[in-house]
Design a protein around this ligand. Structure first.
Ligand code: B12
Length: 141
């Protein structure tokens, strides 16, 4: 990674969701790995993710959703990115993405179908996210 120009990434917990601990762990892991994190915190509207990504010229948006309503809260974010000229931005979603009613492989496909680059279950270790993000950002170049 070019330490003089660290890749910028936007993070936050989407919608009306107040869970903050998970995304804080991810933020620390990303910063330790050399990313520059624009942290939007909790209860972040979709449009704020897009606005922050444009302002920062970010390479990726990482969305956290813990409340179980991710399908509703996360739908349409890729379309907003495309409309704003961020067609190729790396878009991740992670957390407790359902209330447990849908098996993970099926749930993952739902989020990939919504245009998310990757979707992660709550058991994901931060190291996996760093590895994937580094590769996905490199692939943009
Ligand atoms: C702590 C907690 C709270 C705290 C939150 C405090 C805070 N500042 O965050 C309080 C008490 C406020 C709270 C409130 C509520 N909670 Co709560 N809460 C939890 C609890 C016990 C732990 C979550 C946590 O912090 N874990 C520790 C962190 C480090 O782990 P994590 O969040 O899972 O994050 C990791 C991964 O998920 C992943 N990850 C997370 N985000 C992302 C994003 C990306 C991009 C990636 C790659 C990975 C990733 O990486 C993280 C680090 O390893 C969970 C149950 C559980 N065991 O998970 C319920 C839970 C999430 N809560 C739940 C609910 C229902 C609520 C409430 C709606 C309850 C209510 N009726 O009021 C409200 C939320 C209201 C709202 N508007 O959002 C449910 C969600 C339903 C579901 N998904 O099935 C859960 C699962 C409990 C349950 N079993 O029912 N909660």
């Amino acid at each position: 990674m070019d330490t003089s120009n660290p890749p910028k990434v936007v993070t936050g917990t989407i919608g009306d969701d107040i869970h903050s601990f998970g995304i804080k762990v991810i933020n620390h892991a990303l910063e330790s790995a050399g990313f520059q994190v624009i942290s939007l915190g909790i209860q972040t509207p979709q449009e704020d993710f897009v606005k922050a990504a444009i302002e920062a010229d970010a390479k990726a948006i990482l969305v956290s959703s813990m409340s179980g309503h991710a399908r509703l809260l996360c739908e349409g974010l890729r379309e907003r990115c495309i409309e704003a000229g961020l067609k190729d931005i790396v878009l991740y979603v992670g957390g407790t993405l359902s209330t447990g009613d849908t098996p993970w492989p099926e749930l993952e496909q739902i989020f990939l179908g919504m245009g998310y680059t990757r979707a992660y279950p709550p058991t994901t270790m931060p190291g996996q996210i760093i590895t994937d993000l580094t590769a996905d950002i490199a692939a943009l170049a």
